[in-house]
Ligand binder design. Structure first.
Ligand code: HDE
Length: 710
């Protein structure tokens, strides 16, 4: 099928061009793989077989325990290896998950770049993608309100290309030198290391007020973008301004975009809070399960290109990472597709040891003078030195799939054994001559720079509010309500009046309505005058409502959506089976929830063993619930936990399906009158069942319609 984004739409489960078997990176990593078998025998790290896992060498008499002996080499090795298992966690983006896949180009961008990965449509480039939260430590919960990292490593034939991006297209700061400040302000406060993985505290909002260039970004972070439903349902943005140079040496500025084919979806805040406790690994599991079940997450890859001649045409500086480039002026051109189709085999070596570097670009792709990017280009290599050591690029997940050859030598944990006498250049054997441009050498763009050394940003960087206003104006009403609630929550957790009162003033620079609504919740005086007039403009691509699969020209899908089937003794088996069959056929993941995990008896006498019991799971873990008819409903209606299941799902705006007597439970739990249900009586259940959401009530004409509503 052709999508509005260009290119063909991938069906779930369809790997990009036989991706996995031909993925050079997966083949490359096989060099380091071992797989323990029961025929193997226990050895030390130096290969000597050992007689026990369990007993240290002791000076014992048999009836009396004696001291442990230092001479037990294996005992010492085992403990010492364990003592040093941990490496420093990333200073930011410590919590994450990742997977491998492929990038396929369907339209050559040779008019703007000479990069093989963006011009050769016959290639399938292996990729690795790591998702992350920013502020939390390694063990923190997935669903906290935060920006998400979206870091992609393309293992191209010309070397590794890293786009170290986020799910939000702008950033808090314009100049790299402020990074330690914004991160210190957001991380737990230094005296007591509280709070973990959240910005809801005095320091963050104190900084944000005093540092007005963060205004646009905090609006994004407070919107539903801050609590994604899944890594698979987020956009990815390169954020910084890069450059592309074509074979003729002509340079363009560029921003990189990844748009998920599943659409962009979020949790609601109450759900996010609860899931953080109920299943801290929610996003990690979601990604792993989807890939394992063959439903491969896919993103369209787009470039937004600005010719050098137009760089001064905008009222913002195109090198300012706190600004988006309006799509109305610089449309996104979708030219490729990235798919994840292989889970890691080992988390530590493949995800924790993965390391990115914005400075890693390939011929045809370059940097701009974006002051944030320039600092990042220094920081990433540097941080890998303390986390992984100087030879971090030799680690299996990081090493390129093309040849590496130079005279860089030695250092901790060097693995490569480079033969011969030569480790310098020039030399009598002409070992490792430099590459010529015709041999693919990376040639820096000969940019002319005439300047004075100054600690300044250009004048256009000083405007901080226009795009924050545009963002607010572009939100749907419910998105605005969510932003108000998010800010209300955050400022409720600030106990110093100077912090929350000032922030209300800042919000009045965006919109008086917003400031007034949040002031009420925050406990600050309600402002009566806007800090500055709102220009009233809106922009494309900001509201999440634009990113449904349908809006992207893609088929609606419920593949991998989690649906809970609520049953107890006496449930109607034929309804249960019919609905389960229809939803499973559409790719949904159906789970049966009962009063116990021991088998539950249907009205026909046949039993079903639930996947979970009511106390073991919560509605928050599912996208939708369904209650079949049958006598079980009278039992369910007496159980507070079951009523809570249905009511909570309704409160989180989830689709709820019911048939037969199941409708009674839903009506009672949701306390909503006038809902339209189709009971399925007399007809085939699969042809007729009701779906209700807090956003409205629907009566689907067919299973197909019902699936769309789910
Ligand atoms: Fe990063 N950032 N960053 N960052 N960043 C790191 O590098 C840094 C910025 C992003 O999955 C660190 O390897 C500076 C913007 C992601 O391994 C560190 C500045 C964006 C990841 C670092 C920024 C990002 C990092 C910590 C301001 C979105 C996780 C560990 C100039 C475009 C990568 C590491 C992974 C990680 C520095 C700003 C995204 C310290 C100095 C803007 C996705 O080097």
């Amino acid at each position: 099928m052709q999508s509005v984004l260009g290119g063909t739409v991938q069906k779930a489960g369809e790997a990009i061009s036989g991706a996995m078997s031909s993925n050079k990176k997966l083949t490359d990593m096989k060099r380091n793989e071992i797989e323990p078998k029961s025929s193997d025998r226990l050895t030390t790290d130096y290969g000597v077989r050992q007689p026990t896992h369990d007993n240290w060498l002791h000076a014992s008499t048999g009836d009396r325990q004696g001291p442990a002996l230092l001479e037990d080499n294996f005992g010492r090795e085992k403990i010492m290896k364990f003592d040093h298992e941990r490496i420093p966690e990333r200073v930011v983006h410590a919590r994450g998950a990742g997977a491998f896949g492929n990038f396929k180009l369907y339209e050559s961008a040779e008019d703007v770049t000479s990069a093989g990965v963006l011009t050769d449509t016959s290639r399938s480039t292996p990729v690795f993608l790591r998702f992350s939260t920013v502020l939390g430590s390694r063990g923190s919960a997935d669903t906290v309100r935060d920006v998400r990292g979206f870091a992609v490593k393309f293992y191209t034939d010309e070397g590794n290309w890293d786009i170290v991006g986020n799910d939000i297209p702008v950033f808090f700061i314009q100049d790299a030198i402020k990074f330690p400040d914004v991160i210190h302000a957001g991380k737990p406060e230094p005296d007591n290391e509280i709070p973990q993985a959240q910005t809801a505290h005095n320091n963050f909002w104190d900084f944000v007020y005093l540092h007005s260039e963060a205004t646009h970004m905090f609006m994004w972070a407070m919107s539903d973008r801050g609590i994604p439903r899944s890594y698979r349902m987020m956009q990815g943005f390169g954020v910084n301004t890069y450059t592309l140079t074509n074979a003729q040496g002509v340079r363009h500025f560029v921003k990189f975009h990844f748009t998920p084919t599943l659409g962009v979806h979020s949790l609601v805040w109450d759900e996010a809070l609860k899931i953080a406790g109920q299943d801290p690994d929610f996003h990690r599991k979601d990604l792993f399960t989807a890939i394992e079940s063959g439903s491969f997450p896919t993103w369209k890859f787009g470039i937004q290109v600005c010719p050098e001649s137009k760089q001064d045409d905008f009222d913002f500086d195109i090198l300012d990472a706190t600004k988006v480039w309006p799509e109305e002026l610089l449309p996104i051109r979708y030219i490729g597709e990235l798919q994840l189709n292989k889970n890691p085999d080992e988390y530590f070596t493949q995800i924790e040891q993965a390391a990115f570097c914005t400075a890693h670009v390939v011929p045809g792709i370059g940097f701009s003078d974006d002051p944030l990017l320039q600092g990042r280009n220094f920081s990433y290599f540097d941080t890998q030195l303390s986390r992984l050591g100087v030879n971090w690029q030799e680690l299996p997940v990081n090493r390129p799939v093309c040849p590496v050859m130079n005279n860089h030598r030695d250092g901790q944990m060097r693995h490569t054994i480079q033969k011969g006498k030569i480790n310098y250049y020039p030399n009598r054997h002409d070992i490792v001559p430099a590459a010529k441009p015709s041999e693919g050498a990376y040639i820096d763009y000969p940019e002319k720079v005439v300047a004075m050394k100054q600690r300044l940003l250009s004048i256009k960087f000083s405007e901080h509010f226009a795009q924050a206003q545009t963002f607010w104006n572009s939100m749907a009403d419910y998105e605005k309500a969510h932003i108000i609630n998010a800010l209300g929550f955050e400022l409720d957790h600030c106990d110093e009046p100077i912090v929350y009162e000032r922030m209300i003033n800042r919000l009045s620079d965006i919109s008086l309505d917003l400031a007034q609504a949040v002031a009420e919740k925050a406990g600050a005086p309600t402002p009566t005058k806007a800090g500055r007039p709102n220009h009233g403009l809106k922009m494309k691509g900001l509201s999440m409502t634009e990113f449904t699969p349908e809006a992207l020209g893609l088929p609606p899908t419920i593949a991998t959506r989690m649906i809970a089937f609520i049953i107890a003794d006496g449930f109607n088996l034929s309804e249960y089976e019919a609905v389960k069959g229809a939803l499973s056929a559409a790719g949904a993941l159906c789970f049966t929830i009962g009063p116990k995990r021991q088998p539950v008896k249907s009205s026909s006498g046949k039993t079903v063993a639930p996947d979970h019991h009511f106390e073991g799971m919560r509605s928050t873990m599912f996208d939708s619930i369904y209650v079949p008819g049958g006598e079980h409903v009278s039992t369910l209606m007496k159980q507070g936990r079951v009523i809570h299941w249905v009511r909570e799902a309704f409160g989180h705006c989830k689709a709820i399906g019911a048939t037969g007597e199941g409708v009674k439970l839903v009506k009672m739990a949701c306390e909503v009158e006038g809902m339209v249900f189709s009971s399925g009586e007399g007809g085939s259940v699969t042809e007729s069942y009701g779906v209700v959401t807090a956003g409205g009530v629907g009566k689907p004409e067919s299973v197909g319609d019902a699936l769309k509503m789910v």
